[in-house]
Design a protein. Structure first.
Length: 282
């Protein structure tokens, strides 16, 4: 088990996203009375074990009647050479990810025989970000703005958590979570997911060589799991940025993460006040 997935866990009711039951609430969580009072928003995001093997110019002419002036083509960018080893490439990726500011990560695959999808976007530290997860027809999304966490879920999600009453209370509005229930969301970020994945890419789990290939018409470098491409692969932009653009997991589970919008994600703004229920005041 090498790469993290994200699990939605409702207080003491168990795992929604990972499919394995978890007992007990988060450390430092609300008291029994607070849990009862805010039972409709005790959902939080936690890291869990997952099924990922590695735990988002041509020349131009201008003519006149007397002369023809030619604008030279811009010099081509020298090709970036592939690193000599997979471990060297992974090291470059770690450095690039650590320096990055924002990105979008989209994941999909199978979990316990059920399809799931996850979409994370925003700053890598999650201080300004969005997250949406769907599994088995149930969806939940969160938004983090200025340290505040907003959560919105559909009825299928609340029903899956044994919190049908919450759907009636919150409806289609955003629930602004109390600070005590926000910690796990604030700790869940694209950076934390990628760092855990990259830290697991040790030399013994990597094929020694780096391959060159094309992905969506662009050159990439490819790192492959020691057990082969059906186990896992990472595709890295061959443009000198050393940023990952795609990671695949077990072929049998169609696990894929695509990473786009590096350093170009627009900031998120909080939902309109009339679309928010402040759960700390309820």
């Amino acid at each position: 088990m090498i790469c993290p997935s994200l699990s939605v866990v409702e207080g003491r009711r168990g795992v929604f996203y990972d499919g394995r039951a978890e007992s007990g609430g988060p450390a430092g969580g609300p008291s029994a009375s607070e849990g009862k009072r805010h039972s409709c928003v005790t959902t939080h995001v936690a890291h869990s074990r997952s099924r990922w093997p590695w735990g988002w110019p041509s020349e131009r002419e201008r003519c006149t009647t007397t002369i023809t002036a030619t604008t030279p083509a811009a010099p081509s960018t020298p090709a970036i050479a592939a690193p000599a080893t997979a471990t060297e490439l992974v090291s470059k990726v770690k450095t690039a990810v650590a320096a990055a500011k924002s990105a979008t990560a989209k994941a999909s695959g199978m979990n316990n025989g059920k399809t799931f999808s996850m979409d994370m976007s925003g700053t890598l530290d999650a201080k300004n970000s969005t997250l949406k997860m769907t599994q088995d027809g149930a969806s939940v999304q969160t938004m983090v703005v200025d340290g505040a966490v907003y959560l919105k879920a559909d009825k299928a999600f609340w029903d899956s958590q044994g919190q049908s009453a919450a759907a009636a209370v919150i409806g289609d509005k955003w629930a602004k979570l109390p600070a005590a229930q926000s910690d796990d969301f604030l700790k869940t970020s694209i950076s934390s997911v990628l760092n855990q994945m990259l830290s697991a890419m040790t030399e013994d789990k990597l094929a020694a060589s780096v391959e060159s290939a094309e992905l969506d018409g662009k050159k990439v470098f490819v790192v492959t799991h020691a057990k082969g491409k059906d186990e896992a692969q990472m595709f890295v932009a061959a443009d000198g940025t050393w940023l990952p653009v795609k990671v695949t997991g077990k072929a049998s589970e169609t696990a894929v993460v695509t990473l786009t919008e590096w350093n170009s994600v627009a900031p998120v703004v909080a939902p309109p006040a009339d679309q928010v229920l402040d759960m700390s005041k309820m």
